[in-house]
Design a protein around this ligand. Structure first.
Ligand code: THU
Length: 127
């Protein structure tokens, strides 16, 4: 799947975000490299710490659907934001080889990252 196709899916998913507190909508779409996708949006809660990030929602959906490790991750927000620290840790374990595309709600421009650049030396062992 091309990056822009996955970004389009993340944009559509972003429109379903439930973010009445921050008003900051995030959409995420994952591709397994074999045509299968999973999506997620942020879901806020009056107990603010119970908020679920878009990336966490998408990764949960991918695992539940039995997808293999995502090879591509598209994240769309109004500021082209990088994933938060908690989501970086989730990506490091569940999608270590993915290309990460950061995009805005409109336009063809996007930035590409790897999780190794965003979270070097991630915690990966309980030993
Ligand atoms: N958010 C995400 O969905 N992903 C991130 O990586 C960072 C933040 C959401 C959580 C909250 O609903 C809103 O953005 C503002 O922090």
């Amino acid at each position: 799947m091309s990056p822009l196709e996955l970004i389009k899916l993340a944009r559509a998913t972003r429109k379903n975000a439930y973010a009445p507190y921050s008003k900051y909508l995030v959409g995420c779409a994952l591709g397994d490299g074999d045509g299968q996708t999973a999506t997620g949006c942020n879901i806020e809660n009056a107990a603010l710490g119970s908020t679920i990030c878009a990336e966490a929602a998408a990764l949960s959906s991918a695992v539940a659907a039995g997808l293999g490790p995502p090879q591509q991750i598209a994240i769309v927000s109004a500021t082209q934001a990088t994933p938060c620290g908690n989501c970086r840790q989730l990506i490091a374990e569940l999608a270590p080889d993915a290309e990460i595309y950061l995009a805005l709600p409109e336009g063809d421009q996007f930035k590409t990252y790897t999780i190794k650049s965003l979270l070097p030396d991630a915690f990966d062992s309980l030993d």
